[in-house]
Each structure stands twice: as structure tokens, then as C-alpha cells.
Design a protein around this ligand. Sequence first.
Ligand SMILES: *Cc1c(COP(=O)(O)O)cnc(C)c1O
Length: 387
Amino acid sequence: MKFQALGSHYDFAWAMRQLFATGSKRHSAQLVQRLERRYGGKAYLYDKGRNALSEAVRVSIHTDTPLIAVNALTCSVVVEAIDDTAATPVYIDVDPHTAHFTADALEKAFHARPAISAVIVQNTYGRPCDIAAIEAVVRKFDALLIEDLAHSIGQTYPDGREVGTVGDLVMLSFGRDKLLDAVNGGALIVRSQHLTETVVAPNRWPRLRTQWQDRIYPILTWKVRSFYVSGLGKALLVAMYKFGLARRSADGGINRSLRLPHWQAKLVLKRLDSLEQTNLQRREHMSTYERYFGDELVSKDGTLRAAIAVADRAQTLKELRAAGYELRDTWYDTPIGPARKYATIAYPTNSLPIAVELAAKLINLPTHSHISTDDIERISAIVRRDV
Ligand SMILES: *Cc1c(COP(=O)(O)O)cnc(C)c1O
């Protein structure tokens, strides 16, 4: 069985590295330096991307009832990052072809609520958004631009600028299934000088217990995947969560004071060294999917995951499973994913019809290193029947 998520892009060497990594101040300093050079700003390392994003939101707000514009199709941790400050999210409905809002939709939102303090762009699936047009709207209304690079590190916008070199604030995620995966981790880059004065640098380490959860995650998920077909794997997964050996990635809440352990900074450095290679391979996989799906591929020109709308998701996933592909981990199968978090969020369903409809139909197809061109052809043949 091949998987979308569940640690499927770690190999054994990485699992060992994650388990035994040691690091020192030097590694954190080196990571900070590389990020500052690449993105042109001041970098802060966090235990998770969501906490970096929450700090970005916190320093952006300048009214008593602040509003933050955000993609209508996103991860619950983004909403939590906003909610944990005094701010309220304003969801901008997506273009069904890109799963990202357009500059036009954003401009309409500003006309309705001129007090929006900041706009978060997300480059869903690593597909670069039309940043020049979006940036123009943000500047016109005197707001701040936050780039969430959780899906898109290393990508280039249509106008030639690298993602992360446009916004006032930039968030990176080093979380599981992301491009610079160290199981958990994140960074904030502050690119506007005047904002650096208000940033409060994180100053506490995550608890040892959570650090251990991050160390054993690759090896545990490897066991889960190898015993999956027999049903034992699923039981192990349930036990992992139940006995606190692991934590679901969307859980844990927001804490802006937690910094990245040095050993994880060292792992991120290692990932950075091979980022270009990783993205090259993922882009190649994306073009193979594109050969099958053309412009219907929502993630066209992206990297992290391929995505397409299908008529009957449950049936397609079932057929994929029968062929040896467990791909049910979907970004996002509810407008704010995962479903168990969506149920707790006040989401204005009626005013966001496209995100609601797209979330009901999306399916994600893998582009990671343990997927071959043959796999992609087999997967695409199955999915094609339902598009
Ligand atoms: C994963 C993700 C984040 C940040 O995730 P962390 O797990 O907190 O590092 C932020 N935005 C989006 C869209 C994401 O998918």
C-alpha cells in the first residue's frame, strides 16, 4: 500500500536521523541566516508554523476589531492562528480552478470591509497565485500582506519573484507532509523593518514529551504503514494517539512563545539542502498528472500535492485503495480541514459556495519521492474515470 500522508515520504535513513538528531545553537543560527538571506528579512524559528503565523497576524492588527482576509479553503490551524489574536477571519471565496482567491474577489471583500488589516495568501498545493494583482489590491487598501508558504516553499510567482519575497510577513512550516518536513517546526520572516520592533521572539522550548513525539513519528508511521493492509496498522495508529505517542497534526492549539529545538533546526537545514531537487521531482510528477487532467488539475504548476475535483470522492478513494493507494488524507475535504475541526468553526457557508462545493469534490494525489511515474499513471487512470 502506498500513502498520501502518514509519514509516507520518509525513508529509513530519515527516520533514524529524526530519532537521533543532535543539534546546537550553531544550527539554529545557521538556519536563521539562510532564511534571512533567502527571504530578505528578520527570521524567527518557531516550534510550529501556526505559531509563527499567529505572531504575524498579531503584529499586523491595528484596530480594536481587526479583520484578516484568508482563503476560504484552508487548514484549521490558520483559523486558530487568527482566532488566538484579537482578530476575526474574513474568508475570501476561491476560484474553483486554483483553490485560491483571485485579486478581484479580494478587492470586493475590501470594498465590503475596508478595515481588513492584513491578507494571507496561501498558494494552495504550491500553485503560485497571481501575486502582482493581489499585492496591488492589498497596497491600494493600505493593508499588510502575509505569505503562508506551508505549501509552496521554493516556488516562483508568475511575475518571476520567489514566493516569500513579496509579503511584509512570511510564514514557513516545517511540519509533517510539508516540503521542509522535520515533523514539526516553522519560521516567521519579518520583511518590513517597522514591524520587527513589535515582534516578540519565542523564548521557550517545547516540552520534552512533545519533542519525543516528533522524534518517533517517522518510525511509528513506518510501522503503521507496513501493517496497514492487515488492519493491525490502523489499530497501532489509534493506540499511538490514545497513549500519547503521537498527536494529530491539527491538534495542540496556539502558543506563540514556543521556539524550534536546535536538533530540528539541523534537520530543516538538511531538507533545505535538497529542496531544489525535491521540488524538481515534485514538479515533474505534477506535469505527469497534468498530462492526464490538463487544466482540470486544480494544482497545476504546484508542487506539494496534485488536486482535482471528482464526482464521487468516496467511490474513487475506494477504487484507489483496491489498487494499493490509500489517498484519503485530503486538503481539504471540508472548507476548513480537517472535518472534526470544521465542526467547531463559525464558517459562513452561504456566502462561500465555491469553497463549499470544491471541498465536497476534491481529491489529493501524491507527488512525493516514494511515488513513481508508473504509480501516477495507475492512479490517474482510476481517477480519470470519475472526473
Ligand atoms: C500546514 C499548514 C500551516 C502550518 O502548519 P504547522 O503544522 O503549524 O507548521 C499553515 N497553513 C497551511 C495552509 C498549512 O497547510
